[in-house]
Design a protein around this ligand. Structure first.
Ligand code: ZN
Length: 366
C-alpha cells in the first residue's frame, strides 16, 4: 500500500525520528485514517525525554508516538459496522477490552485490560494511523482539525470539572495547574455555570490564558501569600465547593484539600512525581466528608458527546489554549517548545499535510 512518514521512537533513549515506514495494515475491527492533525500531550513529552516512567511503561520499541488525533477514514475492516470511509473522526485513547467487569458496567474508560494509543501500541504522529472501531468517534465537521485533535485532553478537563453528577451550576471551583488540560478546565467550569473560578498556577504565559478562559481569580503558586485563606475569604469562609487538581505537585494537592469546603468534591487528575504523598487523612478527608474522584480518561462516550456539541455550537471557545501549529516534520520544534521553562506555549498541534497547515494558520492568526 506504500509508505508514510511517522515520528517514531527507535531506541530506548531520548528523542524520536521522522522515518519512512509501510502504511500499517488494519485488522477486521479497525479503521485506517489519513491523519489531519495530531497534538502533543505531556505523556508524549515524557516518552520523548525517555524518563523513568517511560522506561518502565513503554514495552514496544520501535513505536510511533502520539495519541491525540483527528483524521479522515480511508479504509474500514471487514467487521466494522458504524464507521464509514470518509468519516471525520477522532479517537478515544483508552482502548477497552469490552469483556471485563468495568467494561460490562459502563466504565470502559477504566477497563481492567485497557490499552492506550501511542503507549501500548503504535500512535498517531504519522500520515496514517490505525484506530480500533471501538474508540473511533465521529466528529462534527464544524469543528476544525486543530480543535478536533485536542478533544481527548479537553475530555479529561470536562470529566474532571463536571464529575459524575454534572452538578456545578452556581458552585465555586478552584483549579490547580496551568498545563493545557487545566486551562481547558477553567473554560469548562466557567461555561458549566461555576459562579467563581479560582485558577492557581505558576507560569505567567499560561496564567494569562487562564484569564482568557474565564478565571475570576488568578493566583500564583509561587507568590508568598496564603492561597487557602484567600479562597476561603472569597467563599464566605467555607472554601471551594469543587477542587480540580491538575498540577500533580505536592503543594497543589495539599492546598487543594485545605481549600475545599466540608462535603466538597476533589477531582484528582495531576500525577505527582512522588508515588506516595503524605496527607492528614483524618482532617483533610474523613472529618471533612469530602469525595475524592480519580480522573483517568473520560466517560465513553458521554463526555465526548457533550464536548462535541459545545465545540460545534461554538459555545465553548478553546482557541486561547491552542498556541502553536507546526508541520509534523517539525515535531522537534514542537517538543522543544513544550519543554521550555518558563512555559511559552500551551497546546501544540502538528499537521502532516503542509497545505492544510497553511490553510489553518490563516484562520489561526486572525
Ligand atoms: Zn475491559
Amino acid at each position: 500500500m506504500g509508505t508514510m512518514k511517522a515520528v517514531r521512537k527507535l531506541k530506548r533513549e531520548k528523542g524520536a525520528n521522522l522515518v519512512d515506514i509501510e502504511i500499517p495494515k488494519i485488522k477486521s475491527d479497525e479503521v485506517l485514517i489519513k491523519v489531519l492533525s495530531t497534538s502533543i500531550c505531556g505523556t508524549d513529552v515524557h516518552i520523548y525525554k525517555w524518563d523513568t516512567w517511560s522506561e518502565n511503561r513503554i514495552k514496544n520499541i520501535p513505536q510511533t508516538l502520539g495519541h491525540e488525533v483527528c483524521g479522515e477514514v480511508v479504509e474500514v475492516g471487514s467487521s466494522v459496522k458504524k464507521i464509514k470511509v470518509g468519516d471525520y473522526i477522532s479517537a478515544e485513547t483508552h482502548i477497552p477490552c469490552k469483556k471485563c467487569i468495568n467494561c460490562l458496567t459502563g466504565n470502559e474508560h477504566i477497563c481492567m485490560n485497557g490499552q492506550i494509543l501511542g503507549v501500548d501500541r503504535d500512535g498517531v504522529f504519522a500520515e496514517y494511523a490505525v484506530i480500533p472501531e471501538s474508540v473511533a468517534w465521529v466528529n462534527d465537521r464544524a469543528i476544525p482539525p486543530e480543535m478536533a485533535s485536542v478533544q481527548e485532553p479537553l475530555g479529561n478537563a470536562t470529566y474532571a470539572v463536571l464529575g459524575e453528577d454534572y452538578n456545578i451550576y452556581g458552585k465555586r471551583v478552584a483549579i490547580f495547574g496551568d498545563g493545557p488540560t487545566a486551562l481547558f478546565a477553567v473554560g469548562v467550569a466557567k461555561l458549566a455555570g461555576a459562579s467563581k473560578v479560582f485558577h492557581i498556577g505558576v507560569f505567567d504565559f499560561n496564567m494569562e490564558i487562564g484569564k482568557k478562559m474565564g478565571a475570576d481569580y488568578s493566583l500564583k503558586a509561587t507568590d508568598n501569600m496564603d492561597r487557602v485563606q484567600f479562597i476561603r475569604d472569597n467563599t464566605d469562609g467555607y472554601g471551594a465547593d469543587i477542587v480540580v487538581e491538575m498540577a500533580g505537585a505536592k503543594q497543589a494537592v495539599l492546598e487543594g484539600l485545605d481549600s475545599l469546603r466540608k462535603g466538597g468534591r476533589f477531582s484528582a487528575f495531576g500525577i505527582t512525581p512522588e508515588q506516595k504523598l503524605e496527607i492528614d487523612y483524618n482532617n483533610q478527608i474523613v472529618f471533612k466528608g469530602i469525595q475524592i474522584h480519580g480522573i483517568s480518561g473520560r466517560r465513553m462516550f458521554d463526555t465526548w458527546l457533550r464536548l462535541k456539541n459545545m465545540l460545534a455550537s461554538k459555545k465553548l471557545d478553546i482557541s486561547p489554549v491552542i498556541t502553536n501549529l507546526f508541520a509534523l516534520e517539525d515535531f522537534e520544534k514542537g517538543f522543544e517548545e513544550m519543554m521550555k521553562i518558563p512555559r511559552v506555549s500551551a497546546k501544540i498541534v502538528l499537521f502532516p499535510d503542509k497545505k492544510l497547515l497553511n490553510e489553518r494558520l490563516k484562520e489561526f492568526k486572525k
